[in-house]
Design a protein around this ligand. Structure first.
Ligand code: 5GP
Ligand code: ZN
Length: 159
């Protein structure tokens, strides 16, 4: 699952930026699942999204919700697709609550390789949680350095 190869052809005289609005990777496995070209255990779908089981589940019932339209990640996805995808994720969590009855649920997104993203078609993990399951909080909570916290907050606000 390396970097995507983009299908948009290179037209002399037109910059890649100008073409990027219609660039869709031709090796995206989630696009292939959306198109029905790769098999998947689909559990829900609507006009804008599809949900299917993760092939390497973290827990029993671990699923992925993806927009039908390709976008690389959280930074790139259109607001309407993001809204549709989180709405579908909640619908799936409610369905899981009624059917496989987890004790809780994590909805997770990884944005960027450094943040564990490995498939570069936006997706939300819907991970049912059970008492005593093997998942652990991936950071150690501890009090912030208040000056550093204030400095980074100011930076994010653009000050
Ligand atoms: P990420 O690491 O990008 O947050 O999540 C990608 C997820 O996609 C992983 O949990 C991985 O197990 C799952 N995955 C990768 N390839 C396939 C596939 O071909 N089919 C399905 N159903 N899941 C996949
Ligand atoms: Zn895709």
């Amino acid at each position: 699952m390396g970097d995507s190869i983009f299908a948009a052809s290179v037209t002399p005289g037109i910059s890649s930026e100008a073409l990027s609005f219609r660039a869709v990777p031709d090796d995206c496995i989630f696009c292939k699942i959306v198109a029905g070209e790769l098999p998947a255990e689909v559990i829900d779908s609507d006009e804008h999204t599809i949900a299917f089981m993760d092939i390497n589940p973290a827990t029993r019932g671990h699923a992925l919700v993806v927009p039908r339209a390709h976008s690389r990640d959280l930074l790139e996805i259109a607001d309407e697709d993001l809204t549709a995808t989180i709405t579908a994720a909640r619908r799936l969590a409610l369905r899981m609550q009624e059917t496989i009855e987890p004790a809780g649920v994590n909805v997770l997104n990884s944005c960027g390789r450094a943040a564990w993203q490995s498939v570069f078609h936006f997706h939300l993990h819907v991970i049912p949680r059970y008492v005593g399951d093997p998942l652990e909080l991936p950071w150690i909570p501890g009090p912030a350095d208040q000056d550093e916290l204030a400095r980074v907050a100011a930076k994010i606000r653009g000050e």
